[in-house]
Ligand binder design. Sequence first.
Ligand code: ADP
Ligand code: MG
Length: 848
Amino acid sequence: MTTTITSHHFLSTCSVLGSVLDLEGGFKQDKRHHPVLQAACYLIWELKLSQMMRSKNSNKHYFTKMGSRKKVHAFVRVRPTDDFAHEMIKYRDDNKTIDIHLKKDSRRGVVNNQQTDWSFKLDRVLHDASQDLVYETVAKDVVSQALNGFNGTIMCYGQTGAGKTYTMTGATESYKHRGILPRALQQVFKMIEERPTHAITVRVSYLEIYNESLFDLLSTLPYVGPSVTPMTIVENPQGVFIKGLSVHLTSQEEDAFSLLFEGETNRIIASHTMNKNSSRSHCIFTIYVEARSRTLSDEKYVTSKINLVDLAGSERLGKSRSEGRVLKEATYINKSLSFLEQAIIALGDQKRDHIPFRQCKLTHALKDSLGGNCNMVLVTNIYGEAAQLEETLSSLRFASRMKLVTTEPTVNEKYDAERMVRNLEKELALLKQELAIHDSLANRTLVNYDPMDEIQIAEINSQVRRYLEGTLEEIDIINLRQIQEVFNQFRVVLSQQEQEVESTLRRKYTLIDKNDYAAISAVQKAGLVDADGHLVGEPDGQGFGLGVAPFSTKPGKKSKSKKMFKEQLSSSARKEGASSPLSGKDLDVSTSKTQLTPSSKDGDVKDMVVRDRETSNTEPLASDSPKEELRPPRPSTPPAKPVAFEDFKNERGSEINRIFKENKSILNERRKRASETTQRINAIKREIDMTKEALNLQKSLREKQGEYENKGLMIIDEEEFLLILKLKDLKKQYRTEYQDLRDLRAEIQYCQHLVDQCRHRLLTEFDIWYNESFFVPEDLQMAVKPGGSIRPGMMPLSKIVSLGEDDQDRFSQLQQTTLPEGPDSVSFYNAKVKMEQKLPFPTCFPGA
Ligand code: ADP
Ligand code: MG
């Protein structure tokens, strides 16, 4: 134990001390946070600490009280007698300790042969105590705590005739000698009267357990129907309850008393009619309290129950003397009380985590009332006569075992859902008013804060779409709900677009799973990917799938390199005398409009020609597929794609393939140049460093030899002068080379872009060619052939190949009637196809 206390310790100490003071009958808990009180606590704490340091014995006592855990209170009540065994039973002055002395010759039976003296320290010995005093000592605190939400259990234990029933119920004929039970009811109703701020309801039930059967002592009341099924003990998260036991709402003391008397009478009647021995049964009278604040419209409320238990006689009946019914009773009682004892021993053992509650009805019914979170009190009733000393000893042992049990009383707080909703609704209304005031003060037009309906949400969705398209500049902020909805709609639009993109891709391309090695190797054979699975011509190892989505770069990023490259291109175009005008848009090769076509092997930019493919629209693909006519007749089964790809590259795709290859070689050449330039730059940098060093050497030599000055000008020798000139020259070279490198890098970036796009185009065209060559019905072949009315790639293949006979007929009809040959029909056809791609195919046809 240390005396150093940190501030953290101090606060927790004070809070613990608060409970100590409370227990000692001093302050109320909620006052302990007062600064003066805290300081006082601190002082008292220090005093107590030094006290504890001095007296080791008291240590345990204080720590016990300081924890939030609480010991069970155990009292002894001695039944008054004229024949008190003064020689054998002695009380100490502390009113807590009881000493038992057994004379040698009276040793017998179960009493230990060796031992003659015992000492039991309990919470109080009640000798010749009035019913009044017993209540004050034993029950008053437990009952008053119950109204604050703490469960309480008061139990009387002892041999038959020792005064358990007298203590618990009292003499029913005398008001003065009434026991704990009626007094507890009185206190509850008195406290309710004193608490007008709370709506408190009281309910009671009275259970008897006899020979392991459950009896409802209040079932005789006219409004309680006869129970059909036997009562059972049920456990749920809220605790343990007896299913089938009647629970009675009592609004006043008198009602509660008449319920008590009803139960008592039933107990006595049953002992005659059912041949039950009343001292052989356990009785549990329960008071259920529920307190809600009237003033605070708090949704929290507290509940509690007080269990008042009159146990069956604890005496052990000699089996030889008992027979029949008595033997059966004795067995049951001995069993249930020894199970109670086992449960108590387990509860008292901190190391035990399993408590055997379910071994008998008594402990099971009291599961949440023994130990646990309740205030618990035991009254052990004993005889004062020498003849009963054996049983008295056994009862006192039980009491001292009970004293080892600790409980952790906690408030049973519950929430009234209905009240909570009402409170929240009130608060909501108030906040809406606040907002209205705020809006009018801020000169805002009336804003609606209600949840949005579908029309409003649709409006926001359209705003978001327009914003994304660029037709709406800004989305005005109105309120939080609207902001959240805007974000929400962004998500909706995004996910829709994602789906659209994916389905478009799936419609157009065959996606290859990267883990599908067979497919990958097929593509590798086709020469589209290298051994690592990267696209050919793709140095940075980006992911690859046949028909990957079009390459996209941020416009801001590519604009610069595009511009520089464009300048070079236009100058070279001028040299070559090319006539096509160049614009940034024209250079966007992702559309099928322009292609860069380097003509020489070294891929110099000046050799590039720019060809505008726009013109090919009027002369459909005349030059695109020079070997088209040479194509062999169509096979019955389509060839494998990798093989077909090779064919494609030699046939219709030859031009694109050539461009693709050439672009790649330009890219590689630029890369080589960039690396050479980098090497040169590094060499220049090294020379600069060396020159700088030499200059520094010259300077330090000059400083050592003494300096020459002429009219304020420094005079330096020729060597130093030449070095300076060299350094200047090197720096100039460095700058030029560096600029070159920057330009080259930009070019590389752009060339890379072109290569990507070419590759994409190659694959796309291949796919179209493949489908059209091997899947399009023969009678449509003409239309897609060069000079045909359908431009390759424009045919919605997936739909055509799935056409039924009728649909194919209709398509031919359409060709004949609505697509006359000639350039004028193209735009009509294009529009038709575009619409068809959006709509389910058959509906596009007139009359379909
Ligand atoms: P138990 O319930 O333990 O079997 P009872 O409470 O029925 O015992 O007591 C037996 C008898 O002793 C009763 O007549 C009761 O009135 C009487 N008695 C018990 N304790 C006291 C007491 N403290 N003062 C007066 N009479 C008592
Ligand atoms: Mg009794």
